[in-house]
Design a protein around this ligand. Structure first.
Ligand code: HSE
Length: 596
């Protein structure tokens, strides 16, 4: 195809942006927003910012069309458009809530806020304009922008909808105008087939097909107007199922059909079902197509008698029985879980954990076990919870990390802000415990051990240097008084606990956990409660910011589940003694430690 003069040259920024549209077929109820948020988070932690296009919940637009008939038969198209567009507004707001809950910096916009304009029949309009600058400004200060699909402002009538399936058109338009090459349309099918697979068992799935073939094969799966706009603008469309790496790619070139890789179910063991474990269990039980779940290991199975999500056991042998593919450790403590994880890894079982103490203190033993067993260990949630600090540091190993610093402990945020309000230390700590931020032994937070564990892991990731947490200098929160906080406030500053590491000459690193006053304008100053923030400086002096929630059920469960899904998708998991293969680079891949 010849270059399109209306299409902006893809910029560096555009390379880090993606458009994902969630169709009504995958938004069947409120619980699906959690899965859609996970899918979005998967892209964010791989370093992309995401423009999310939300369709209405399944059936909602039909119901609104019916209502518009019942109440307004014969009414003007614009009067009806004003009603039928409401499903998308609601859905975008729900998506914003689900993303916010897991700690993603998200902005939900209405079409008018980004100058998204349509023209023509208000019930079947075509998109004609977007204020790219206002959208870019919003993208600068968020990791996800949620836009209601299907609807736009209209110069003459004020409001319009884009015809059935119109959220596809919204996705293509935004990708085209911003200069993004691909738009991913998440549907309840895993791609485009030669004919309807539900009716014809001989149907074959396309890995790739061109726009003309897509129009012929789509049978309403993708809006025709969207396919035509994608072709004109040079946007590739990816048709994929939720959580899948593979997609049917609609792009110029010869068609390729392929056998879909069979998504074998994985047998999974969950050890621990506290706040985070219970959130992970929610995610796992929603995918019975992907996971067989062993009885979940808990201290007191009797207390779980009313929890119908799974069977529970206090016997580790039962929890670990059968031919396991994946162990998910969420028990707490350091030494006992490390032993269980090392045993699993050396037996060839992949492991996912959020346990920073176990990973920081037993890193070498766990790595050796993983190498011995040909298995992988993923621990994204151990540092930053849902703030993707480990992933960002890993990405920056090329060109190289010069230094990093971060606010990595929510309890410290909470206590320091309460001291700033003049509260006594003991009261502030008791409240942090009630809120569930503090570790079982709050000395881990107060004395800086929790932050040092996290820093030790990041030092491994950034510099490949072993600096055990006990060798990292730490300052105690107990050294800070309300009077010190008041004095800092008088100078426009606020105390924060900061974990910091910098590579020095040679193969050494300077690292410490300190408590220091920072200006209110500093990015760390605004980190409240469970919010974590990090600034990572690469060897070229560029600073990369990471934001997210570092503690709490939903952000941490999202990060653990993202690791689980990476393991599930990656072929290395298919074989207990795997021939390690790198995952498909066309989509975010595993962020786990694996044998070299
Ligand atoms: N105690 C930790 C905190 C929990 O306060 O941030 C998450 O690691």
């Amino acid at each position: 195809m010849s270059p399109n003069p209306d299409q902006p040259e893809p910029s560096r920024e555009a390379d880090r942006l993606c458009v994902i549209k969630f169709g009504g077929s995958v938004l069947t109820g409120l619980a699906d927003y959690s899965e859609a948020a996970s899918e979005t988070y998967r892209h964010i932690r791989s370093g992309e910012k995401v423009i999310v296009i939300a369709s209405a919940l399944q059936g909602e637009t039909d119901a609104l069309y019916e209502e518009s008939e019942l109440v307004g038969a014969g009414a003007s198209p614009v009067a009806r458009a004003r009603l039928v567009r409401l499903g998308e507004f609601r859905s975008a707001a729900l998506m914003g809530l689900a993303l916010d809950r897991i700690g993603v910096r998200v902005i939900v916009v209405d079409p008018g806020e980004i100058g998204l304009f349509a023209e023509g029949d208000p019930l079947d309009a075509g998109l004609c304009g977007l204020d790219v600058e206002s959208l870019r400004k919003k993208i600068e200060c968020a990791d996800a922008i949620v836009v209601p699909g299907f609807t736009a402002s209209h110069h003459e009538s004020g409001a319009a909808v884009l015809g059935r399936g119109g959220a596809d058109l919204t996705a293509v338009m935004l990708a085209a105008k911003i200069g993004i090459r691909r738009a991913r349309l998440i549907k309840n099918v895993d791609g485009v087939y030669t004919c309807n697979p539900a009716k014809n068992p001989a149907a074959v799935r396309f890995d790739r097909l061109d726009y003309t073939a897509a129009t012929a094969a789509s049978e309403g799966l993708i809006q025709d107007k969207a396919i035509h706009m994608a072709e004109a603008a040079g946007v590739q469309l990816e048709i994929a199922a939720m959580g899948a790496v593979q997609a049917s790619c609609i792009m110029p070139g010869p068609a390729i059909t392929g056998a879909l890789r069979n998504n074998q179910r994985k047998r999974i063991a969950l050890l621990g079902c506290g706040a985070v474990g219970s959130g992970v269990l929610d995610h796992v039980v929603r995918r019975p197509d992907l996971f067989d779940l062993n009885p979940v290991l808990v201290r007191d199975p009797g207390a779980r008698s009313s929890d119908a999500r799974a069977a529970f056991t206090s016997d580790a042998a039962i929890a670990l029985s059968d031919r396991l593919d994946l162990l998910v450790e969420m028990m707490g403590g350091a030494d006992e879980p490390a032993v269980l994880m090392a045993e699993a890894l050396s037996a060839g079982v992949d492991v996912v954990t959020a346990n920073k103490a176990a990973v920081a203190r037993h890193f070498d033993a766990l790595k050796d076990a993983a190498v011995r067993g040909g298995a992988r260990l993923a621990y994204s949630a151990a540092v930053g919870g849902g703030a993707p600090m480990i992933e960002t540091v890993r990405r920056l190993r090329t060109p190289g990390v010069a230094g990093l610093e971060g606010v990595m402990n929510g309890t410290a945020n909470f206590i320091l802000s309460k001291l700033g309000e003049g509260r006594a230390f003991a009261d502030a700590l008791a409240e942090a415990q009630e809120l569930g931020f503090a570790e079982a032994d709050p000395r881990a937070d107060v004395e800086g051990h929790d932050a040092a564990d996290k820093l030790s892991i990041l030092i491994r990731e950034a510099f490949d240097i072993s600096l055990p947490p006990e060798h990292i200098a730490k300052q105690s929160l107990a050294e800070i008084t309300p009077e010190m906080c008041a004095a800092a406030a008088a100078h426009g500053k606020v105390y924060k606990q900061i974990a910091r590491a910098r590579r020095t000459s040679g193969n050494a690193v300077d690292a410490a956990v300190t408590i220091e006053p920072v200006c209110l304008s500093h990015p760390f100053a605004g980190a409240r409660n469970e919010q974590n923030r990090a600034l990572i400086t690469d060897i070229n002096g560029r600073i990369h910011a990471v934001f997210g929630k570092g503690a709490g059920r939903w952000p941490t469960a999202a990060a653990v589940f993202a690791d689980i899904m990476d393991m599930q998708r990656s072929p290395a998991c298919d074989n207990p003694v795997p021939d390690i293969q790198m995952p498909d680079r066309s989509a975010p891949g595993p962020t786990c430690l694996q044998p070299a």
